[in-house]
Design a protein around this ligand. Structure first.
Ligand code: ADP
Length: 312
């Protein structure tokens, strides 16, 4: 891994008064792939990203880009591009002027403005004011700004949030193509589904702590466990027979059971012996969403229960 393009976070901590926002995070983000930084709202993602970008000081620990703290980077926009808040553009400013101003202020040649507008597909609306832009267009403008210095490292906070399906498709392909060029791409999301088909590697956090640092494929393999999906029209009887033999059985969808704790052959023979017909029996494949729920269970800061307590 070329040391000039990795993000390294070690033993990073941050408190806000009594709140522990980041509680000893250690991870490395490698170049050449999209890494998803995922966790429930309030998990500490934005705080971590702000510390990586030198916008917030850690209580302890380190965050380095290419082996150096952000604050010591010369020409930081040429090293790392970031999108933290797509609303941060002045609404009265034309898209092209926003980028020209940033380029000028950071010593970046004007031609880059034309290039990044083209890259994100905003050339035709470059002279329109950002205030009239849809959220998707503002996200594109924010990404154009992040790309201005042609950085090897990109950090995007919730870039998919609020986009329409077409925007989501676009951003997925775009981020993957940036990673395929060898760049380090770190994107955060509070929804695992948003990262499906985009992130190759995942950092999962809850309550400021790292819950998983894993390849997406490995995570799915460890989550699917030994569960079996069973389709039958006679759910209650099937549940009774299987539960009596020690299986944990849950009905998740009409006509479908998820069975844990018994091998597939045993399930088949028990149902056959009891004369219960079934139309399908298969090894259960976990979705990324399920894997995430399993990992973050108990790590959600603000659950429906606590919401009810606090408003009552
Ligand atoms: P996420 O990005 O995962 O939603 P954040 O990093 O925004 O999480 O927040 C982590 C925790 O720190 C939350 O409890 C949040 O309320 C708190 N927090 C974040 N920023 C501040 C701040 N500037 N002042 C006080 N508390 C903050």
């Amino acid at each position: 891994m070329p040391p000039d393009t990795a993000i390294e976070v070690s033993a990073l901590r941050k408190h806000y008064g009594p709140t522990t926002a980041v509680d000893g995070l250690t991870f490395t983000v490698a170049p050449g792939k999209v890494t998803g930084f995922v966790g429930p709202n309030g998990a500490g993602k934005s705080t971590t990203l702000r510390m990586i970008l030198g916008l917030d000081a850690p209580d302890s620990g380190k965050a380095l880009i290419g082996g150096r703290p952000y604050a010591t980077l010369r020409d930081p926009l040429t090293v790392v591009g970031a999108l933290l808040d797509a609303e941060a553009v002045h609404p009265g400013r034309r898209a092209v002027d926003h980028l020209l101003w940033m380029a000028h202020y950071n010593g970046i040649p004007r031609r880059r403005v034309t290039e990044v507008l083209e890259q994100v597909g905003l050339t035709s609306v470059a002279k329109k004011r950002a205030g009239g832009f849809s959220l998707g267009m503002r996200q594109r403008l924010g990404i154009a700004a992040a790309l201005l210095g042609d950085p090897q490292v990109l950090i995007l906070d919730e870039p998919v949030n609020g986009l329409d399906p077409e925007g989501i498709q676009w951003i997925r392909g775009f981020l993957k193509s940036l990673a395929a060029e060898g760049r380090t791409v770190l994107i955060s999301s509070h929804l695992m589904g948003e990262l499906q088909d985009t992130a190759e590697h995942l950092l999962v956090i809850g309550r400021g702590r790292l819950l998983a640092d894993t390849d997406v494929g490995e995570l799915l393999a460890t989550t699917s466990g030994n569960r079996i999906t069973l389709r039958t029209a006679r759910l209650p009887e099937a549940m009774t027979v299987l539960a009596r033999e020690g299986a944990t059985v849950s009905a998740n969808a009409p006509g479908t059971l998820t069975v844990a704790g018994l091998p597939g052959e045993r399930v088949v023979s028990l149902l056959t012996e009891a004369g219960i017909p079934f139309s399908e029996i298969s090894a259960h494949r976990a979705s990324l969403e399920e894997a995430y729920l399993e990992l973050t269970r108990g790590a959600t800061e603000f659950t429906a229960d606590t919401a009810a307590l606090e408003t009552s």
